[in-house]
Design a protein around this ligand. Structure first.
Ligand code: GDP
Length: 362
């Protein structure tokens, strides 16, 4: 999963990104050898892996990881190419969801580019750039389609859709809020439009406000986000930077002291999963216990395809047991004895926490 971090200058993007990079560097079993400087990788915390790996006496645990792309430099005027703007916008095209950092902390020492703290104005500044960029791209497409449709009537639905999308943007409606048919959804996903991507606002508050349930800036952001069906995660980027340097036990103590249950980063990861409609299935054996990400609704062969394309191609069946049943049984052998392992075919829809062994022809 790839997420892109955007936001105005001086809102706390680098602080958050550095926390992510540090947290990733500390995490064990990090599966990538080298990464680019603007990419931070973190593991998705999954308690179930520890338990599975005990049951199977696995040599290692491999969690799912998320890549965060630091897309700095998105400023007012970016869609017109200001400050390398277009280049940054193109980076956003490659991510699955946008993490939009919004300044919700007061601090006279840290200058705001627009002179005052106003989360909604900031959000709208960035959202406007994203909408203008989409508009520009769609107008170019419209120009081409108008010509092509004369010779090829089959392109008419696409042209209609493009014109509807332009209409929405002209009314300042981000494209993700539009009601679309399945057919249209399919068409639009190939356009790679920015305002079609899911958004999570990270409300960057100061340390002492983190444990408060209500806060005027956060409430404003929540109210705004609700209308667009976007998510909000309050975070203190500075605290995340501190948490990233702690080991698991220290982290727990620190969170308790702060009066919060989970780190902001963990909450951000959870929110991304929810927003993108993702679930995890698990595999386990003496070599490794591992988590895999799929979209909710994925069937067994396609889930197997995440592991290896051969599994999808040669799929025969999947032996499936829910994580909870396996824990109750205590071991795979016991679970088999008790008939808890189900044999599922190619139409089986995977569930979160399924522990799976795929059978396939090579
Ligand atoms: P960027 O330009 O968006 O990358 O912003 P930075 O991460 O460089 O942050 C700008 C300034 O705000 C830095 O001096 C940070 O230390 C400060 N800052 C970032 N997050 C917080 C926060 O949660 N609380 C406070 N008080 N200051 C913060």
């Amino acid at each position: 999963m790839k997420l892109g971090i955007v936001g105005l200058p001086n809102v706390g993007k680098s602080t958050l990104f550095n926390a992510i990079t540090k947290a990733g560097a500390e995490a064990a079993n990090y599966p990538f050898a080298t990464i680019e400087p603007n990419v931070g990788v973190v593991n998705v915390p999954d308690e179930r892996l520890k338990i599975l790996s005990k049951i199977s006496q696995s040599e290692r645990e491999v969690p799912v990881s998320i890549k965060f792309f630091d897309i700095a430099g998105l400023v007012r005027g970016a869609s017109h190419g200001e400050g390398l703007g277009n280049q940054f916008l193109n980076h956003i095209r490659e991510v699955e969801a946008i993490v939009h950092v919004v300044r919700c902390f007061d601090n006279d020492q840290i200058i705001h580019v627009d002179g005052s703290i106003d989360p909604i104005r900031d959000i709208e500044t960035i959202n406007l750039e994203l909408m203008l960029s989409d508009l520009d791209q769609l107008e170019k497409r419209q120009g081409k389609l108008v010509k092509q449709v004369k010779g090829d009537k089959a392109l008419k639905p696409e042209l209609d859709l493009v014109e509807r999308l332009i209409g929405a943007l002209e009314k300042s409606e981000p494209l993700r809020t539009m009601e679309l048919s399945e057919e249209e959804e399919k068409m639009i996903s190939s356009f790679n439009l920015l305002t079609f991507k899911p958004v999570i606002y990270v409300a960057n508050v100061s340390e002492d406000e983190l444990s408060q349930d209500s806060h005027p800036y956060i409430d404003q952001v929540k109210e705004y986000a609700e209308k667009l069906h976007d998510e909000v995660v309050p975070i203190s980027a500075e605290i995340e930077a501190e948490i990233a340097t702690l080991d698991d036990d220290e982290k727990q103590l620190f969170l308790e002291e702060l009066g919060i249950e989970q780190s902001g980063l963990d909450r951000l990861i959870k929110a991304s999963y929810k927003l993108l409609g993702l679930i995890s299935f698990l595999t386990t054996g003496p070599m490794e216990s591992r988590a895999w990400t799929i979209t909710d609704g994925t069937k067994a062969p396609q889930a197997g395809g995440k592991i290896h394309s051969d599994i999808e191609r040669g799929f025969i069946k999947a032996d499936v047991i829910s994580f909870d049943d396996l824990v109750k049984a205590g071991s795979m052998a016991k679970a088999r004895e008790e008939g808890l392992i189900r044999q599922e075919g190619k139409d089986y829809v995977m569930e979160d926490g399924d522990v799976v062994l795929f059978k396939f022809n090579v």
